[in-house]
Design a protein around this ligand. Sequence first.
Ligand code: HEC
Length: 192
Amino acid sequence: MNKLWATGALCALTALATPAVAEQINIPALQAEGKTVIKTLAGELGAELKKAAKTSGLDGAIQVCNTKAMPITARISAAKGWTVSRTSLKLRNPDNAPDNWEKGVLELFAKQASAGANLQKMAFSQVVMNDEGDKVFRMMKAIPVGDNCLACHGSALQPAVASKLDMLYPNDHARGFNSGDLRGAFSLQKVL
Ligand code: HEC
């Protein structure tokens, strides 16, 4: 009886490890899908920023980041069946704080970045179990700082921008970046 049970358990373990089961989770397809979601999100955020900066200057653009980034992110998440967010170890909005898994990946990215790795290609994905016992595909992609970020994330902020940010984000840690620095990461997840 005991022996039978042990064999059964062993079979279950073996079945999990066979390539046939692994193939049911198509990691490269999930990674490609995730990248498309990130592209859409980055594109929309960039376009909104540009539009607002043109019509109402940096002040208006801050409002876009402040009020539109979250809804845009939520809409794209819902449309694609993914949960998408932006996070960082140097936060502006504490609502964007990383969870433990994200923090670990951000620390890995920071280590790779200080070793000179290419931020454009920096990504990490893993299948993990959530608290409900579901398998979840999680993925993060590094966000580099570009010249167009410095007006709000650099060191030499215009006084009007600085005071607006002071007002909205009294605990802002997302200043003082240089072009090419690691700003944070997109974080995606999909329940499998
Ligand atoms: C017009 C000002 C402005 C510009 C330009 C700007 N940001 Fe931001 N950024 C903000 C604000 C405001 C927030 C806080 C958004 C929120 O409340 O969720 C923010 C938040 C973020 C976050 C989320 C994590 C956090 O710290 O809360 C990331 C990542 C980020 N910005 C990256 C960038 C990158 C990369 C660029 C350049 C491509 C950029 N930003 C350009 C104002 C700006």
